[in-house]
Design a protein around this ligand. Structure first.
Ligand SMILES: Nc1ncnc2c1ncn2[C@@H]1O[C@H](COP(=O)(O)OP(=O)(O)OP(=O)(O)O)[C@@H](O)[C@H]1O
Ligand SMILES: [Mg+2]
Length: 282
């Protein structure tokens, strides 16, 4: 398999299996997060988009030459070895590669849950280096959504309370947070189940709650780590379809680490890691 090196070339070559499926977003003059939000809120009609020249995509995440090394000396593992990429508003990118190739590590670095040993990361206009724990958690709550293989819902809270939680943490009052949560639960197909706790839901229903929770603060980027890994094929397919349609409809970038070919097929493009490096997908 061909190794790639260099910043943008690896992204470009590793990334695109085919052209972008949708119109690029409108370009704005403000920073990436503002651009992202403005592009979404502007609500350009399809007629307007059809008559305007193609604009450059809005970049919501950028990494340059990321390095992450675990341990030292002979037992050291280079989990990320010079990873450079860009993620655009409204695109779903499948992050593939063998077990141990660095997918979760990359999601953790992009999610400000882990610091790289070298390189640069910027998400929603924020350089992630040097944030303390409080800044990182405020950043995550404001700009990111997370969807995990094991759902990570709070067992004692209803679906509505689980979805509302990030909005409450962001300072929204309880009534408005719950109203937003109910809207999102309806959007993900769970109308009527708002007051259920996760232990009385199926895996697919739990993952729908997690998807709604990931979106409640209107994030620029959603990071999903094997979101279909615990679901049967059909239910997993439904979750992927939901993620893709929500990303497109809300102009959210989604990076989804996966071993599931159905996820990769549904994504707009694929980035493949092998031994901590981006390579051209087979
Ligand atoms: N906390 C850690 N301490 C030491 N090594 C780690 C740690 N986390 C990950 N690694 C190592 O870093 C490499 C990349 O791991 P990572 O979890 O990112 O892989 P992955 O692509 O997500 O794999 P999988 O598909 O199995 O989830 C592996 O060699 C792993 O053993
Ligand atoms: Mg992993």
């Amino acid at each position: 398999m061909t190794m790639t090196s260099g910043a943008d070339s690896s992204d470009e070559r590793a990334g695109r299996r085919e052209g972008p499926r949708r119109e690029p977003r409108a370009q704005h003059t403000a920073g990436p997060r503002a651009q992202h939000t403005a592009g979404r809120r502007a609500g350009q009609s399809s007629e307007r988009r059809a008559t305007q020249p193609a604009a450059a995509p809005v970049v919501v995440a950028r990494c340059e030459q990321l390095r992450r090394e675990y341990g030292r000396g002979e037992t050291a593992v280079l989990a990320l070895d010079g990873v450079s990429l860009r993620l655009n508003a409204g695109e779903v990118v499948a992050l593939t590669g063998p077990s141990g190739s660095g997918k979760s590590t990359l999601l953790h670095v992009l999610g400000a849950m882990d610091e790289p040993d070298g390189g640069y990361v910027e998400v929603a206009g924020n350089a992630l280096a040097g944030m303390d724990d409080g800044q990182a958690s405020a950043f995550r709550n404001a700009h990111l959504g997370f969807v995990f293989q094991l759902f990570h819902l709070v067992a004692s809270l209803s679906a509505e309370q689980n979805v509302a939680l990030p909005a409450r943490l962001g300072g929204l009052d309880d009534g408005r947070a719950r109203a937003r949560a109910r809207e999102l639960l309806e959007r993900v197909g769970l109308a009527g189940l708002e007051q259920r706790t996760p232990d009385r839901m199926s895996g697919g229903q739990r993952q729908r709650v997690a998807v709604a929770r990931a979106l409640i603060n209107d994030p620029a980027l959603v990071l999903a780590d094997e979101p279909t890994g615990n679901l049967d094929h059909v239910t997993g397919g439904e979750i992927v379809e939901l993620l893709v349609s929500l990303a497109h409809e809300r102009d959210v970038a989604v990076l989804v680490a996966t071993h599931d070919p159905a996820v990769t097929a549904a994504a707009d493009r694929e980035l493949r890691l092998v031994d901590g490096r981006l390579v051209v997908p087979a």
